[in-house]
Design a protein. Sequence first.
Length: 202
Amino acid sequence: MVSDKITWNQSLESLQQVSHPASTIFHKYISKNIGKVIFFLALRWGVTPNALTSYSFLLLSISSVLICIAAISPGYLIFSQILLLSQISYGIDCVDGAVARASNTQSKFGQFYDLAIDRIAVTLIVLASLFFVFSSHPNNLSLQIASIIGSVLYLTFQSVSSIRGLIFSRNQRPEQSASLSLALLVARLLLEFADTGIFLFL
């Protein structure tokens, strides 16, 4: 469904049909709501899924540059800009696949492009965060080591993100998981932790 006459309610109905359940609480209440607006505008303006993926990468790349600048000239304004751009980027990333399904424009290239861009973008933001830590705390060895370990763990998490399907089934929302084993509960908490982006700023 791609039309400049599509209404907000029609887009919400379409999104519900083509999107997957939220994987975390943060994803459900923050990222999904940002995604609803982006999904509506993409269908109304005829923005292609690959273009959305590119926009998401562009915003996260700008966030990475701002993180590096913040290491030299920190301030609430620049950190607010980083948070805003990164969350909009994530919101776009949450719905590019849904737009492809809603507009019947799925392709093998699109799937590969989305996955490749995601991995590159995450690597950029992690490298920028490491630059921030090493530049702003040049003499804090323990913080530097912790940031390296955290970055490795985060990149590892991203590279095996398919485990989401083992923690939350496609038809099961996080809050409906009443009987999780201890291992899955720990994995779920780590997933929530990483999904918020807090991992990068500790």
